[in-house]
Ligand binder design. Structure first.
Ligand code: DHB
Length: 401
């Protein structure tokens, strides 16, 4: 006979325990609102997945000023600019000079660890390793979330609100009826080949490179471990590439008259990462709210994904507090327009950086586009306005509640 489910009644049930879900739970806790986070992956699985590494200044402030952790200030690396490299020459965009802001190199994995630690420290209820997670009745005022916890015990949450922070393959977002939802998407004919290697940094800041062989991004992690990516065909198998081939490809893409040369070393991880642009509107339906990648994904160029997720939950936490205080869930109708304002700016920036820097393939008009990209890049780095635009978008737009 099936075991009876253990019933709990948190105010908010959060499906997904990545940075968006955990940060929301943390912010709600600070506002006196209890939540339960349900996550399919184990903590260990989340801690060993490599993701992007750039935090906007406001994301850093959110971590530090809300008391998650100040580890980012001690172990992260502040960057006051990036290089746009094309035609074999690097051009620095100086964020400090243009807008007095910076970004921080601090991997998403560390953001996750800080948030999971903060939730544990503050007595948060986070159920890692859950299975059979199902959300019911979000069109009513008594939604439910059922799941089996890591010990095999059936559980049921009966919250006031459900937040779907279940990532880019969200199942929860499909609970919004088709007649009410609109989705917007764009596919790209390329992917990224990402590596982690044991080597010293090759440059003090990130180098976004346009070359005749395609895009490359030289990023960092620590004084002894580096992160780099090159544009590849989406069908590429990481294991088909030897270390030697990978390094030859990177070196060829960054080569130039300044003799820029990468420091190489043993490759400790290699993965092919597909991507797309995606938005689902609205972000509220009844007692269901979508946050982060569940509602929108961006291509990785410009590192907006994590920052956008944190901005969503910053807005959402404030609105949930107001809605509950006023006993009026319609306050949550402000969420979609407020969040989307930033989402579409970030979609535009990520799309723009992607199309400006990636090899357009061999189709009709592609050779025209390759040359045109050089004109576009020259216009960006060659004007105050162009540089300032990159600086503003890259460091992020002001947060709003
Ligand atoms: C990293 C990834 C990005 O997509 C980006 O734009 C910048 C940095 C990274 O993993 O370091």
């Amino acid at each position: 006979m099936p075991q009876d489910a253990v019933v709990s009644t948190p105010t908010v049930a959060i499906v997904g325990g990545g940075p968006a879900g955990l940060m929301l739970s943390h912010l709600l806790h600070r506002g006196g609102i209890d939540s339960v986070v349900v996550e399919r992956r184990t903590r260990d699985e989340s801690e060993t997945t490599h993701r992007a590494g750039i935090l906007e200044a406001d994301s850093v402030r959110m971590l530090v000023e809300t008391g998650v952790s100040d580890r980012v200030l001690r172990e992260g690396d502040e960057h006051e600019g990036i290089d746009l490299r094309f035609g074999g020459v690097s051009h620095r965009i100086d964020f400090g000079h243009h807008i007095g802001e910076s970004v921080w190199l601090y991997p998403q994995t560390d953001v996750f660890i800080d948030l999971a630690d903060a939730r544990a420290r503050d007595g948060g209820d986070v159920r890692f390793g859950a299975s059979d997670v199902t959300v019911h009745d979000v069109d009513s005022t008594s939604p439910r979330v059922s799941f089996t916890d890591a010990d095999g015990t059936p559980q049921e949450l009966r919250p006031t609100l459900v937040v779907a922070a279940d990532g880019s393959r969200s199942e929860c977002r499909d609970l919004v009826p088709e007649r009410l939802r609109r989705t917007f998407r764009r596919e790209y004919p390329f992917a990224w080949f990402g590596i982690l290697c044991e080597a010293p940094p090759s440059a003090p800041e990130l180098v976004y490179t346009h070359s005749e062989r395609g895009f490359a991004l030289i990023s960092q992690r620590t004084p002894t471990v580096q992160r780099m990516y090159f544009q590849c065909d989406p069908g590429t198998k990481a294991d088909d590439w030897s270390e030697e081939q990978i390094w030859d490809e990177f070196q060829a893409r960054v080569a130039g008259e300044d003799d820029f040369h990468l420091h190489t070393g043993p490759i400790i991880d290699k993965t092919v990462l597909g991507f797309r642009s995606f938005v689902q509107e609205p972000m509220r339906y009844g007692t269901l709210l979508l946050a982060g990648d569940a509602a929108h994904t961006v291509p990785p160029t410009g590192a907006k994904g994590l920052n956008l997720a944190l901005a969503d939950v910053h807005t959402l936490a404030a609105l949930i507090e107001s809605a509950l205080a006023a006993d009026d869930l319609d306050v949550l109708d402000h969420y979609t327009p407020r969040a989307l304002e930033r989402v579409w700016r970030a979609q535009n920036f990520s799309y723009w950086m992607t199309q400006m820097l990636h090899h357009p393939g061999n189709g009709e008009g592609a050779s025209f586009d390759s040359r045109r990209q050089l004109g576009e890049l020259a216009s960006v780095v060659g004007t105050e306005g162009g540089q300032r635009y990159v600086a503003e978008c890259y460091t992020g737009w002001p947060l709003r509640k």
